[in-house]
Ligand binder design. Structure first.
Ligand SMILES: [Zn+2]
Ligand SMILES: [Zn+2]
Length: 244
């Protein structure tokens, strides 16, 4: 398989509202995490940070220009791989221990990174799938339901939406009706353990909350962004199957 260069590992696309979409083009789409950079007046937000196989700060210049809070929507390996490169980090308390002490097991890497088949070009350097690990990145800030995260001029409400994982959070900016939803809802095959009754009950409750939320755009943890109609149809399809 071709080996990628560090310079081509990330691609960026500026969207509206001071938001930049960053992604890793050589990771296949089910595994490829969306990284969101939100410009603020006093500081910026980074929501998720990719798999961590190439330095994000070194390759994406706009991430080293200003103070930045790196938020973890949750702590699966594909979302927290470069959190250690940012001094200020935030996560839900239910997954704080994973961010501080990540293992291949507790980040899901054992389950998903069995071999090189998740890539279309291999990471540069001495990449070897069995040696892949996420670096520890303990958070100074814990984000719970009802908290807000600010940038000086923008405010995001924290929603705790467990189901995909215990500490899954979404960030919601009411002024622009923008939702960063992590892996709770995105426009692709959702990941959950249908045999785990407790988790599925939580996921049902989380989906019900999203049904009534006014949104203009949802930026999910994977796949392209979408609007309110699509969010509601994804949530309704899930609830039709699992809300008993
Ligand atoms: Zn996940
Ligand atoms: Zn994910």
């Amino acid at each position: 398989m071709m080996i990628a260069t560090p310079e081509t590992w990330y691609q960026t696309k500026a969207l509206n509202d001071g938001i930049t979409w960053i992604y890793e083009p050589f990771i296949k789409d089910y595994y490829r995490c969306n990284i969101w950079h939100v410009r603020g007046r006093d500081r910026d937000l980074l929501i998720d940070s990719g798999m961590g196989v190439v330095s994000l700060r070194e390759q994406v210049a706009q991430l080293s220009e200003r103070p930045i809070l790196a938020v973890a929507s949750h702590t699966h390996f594909d979302h927290i791989g470069t959190h250690h490169e940012f001094a200020d980090r935030a996560v839900h308390p239910a997954e704080a221990d994973v961010l501080a002490r990540p293992t291949r097991k507790n980040t899901g890497a054992d389950y998903y990174v069995a071999d090189d088949s998740i890539f279309t070009a291999l990471p540069p350097g001495d990449w070897q799938a069995p040696q892949y690990e996420v670096r520890p990145a303990p958070a100074q800030t814990l984000l719970e339901e009802g908290n807000t995260v600010g940038t000086g001029d923008r405010n995001f409400q924290v929603f705790h939406l467990p189901g995909h994982s215990d500490g899954s959070i979404a960030l919601y900016e009411r002024a622009t009706e923008t939702l960063f939803s992590g892996d709770v809802v995105y426009d692709g095959e959702l990941a959950y353990d249908a045999d785990n009754a407790d988790e599925m009950r939580q996921y049902v409750t989380s989906m019900k909350r999203l049904l009534d939320l006014p949104v203009r755009v949802v930026h999910g943890g994977h796949y392209p962004s979408f609007g309110q109609d699509r969010m509601q149809s994804i949530a309704r399809a899930f609830l039709a199957q699992y809300d008993r």
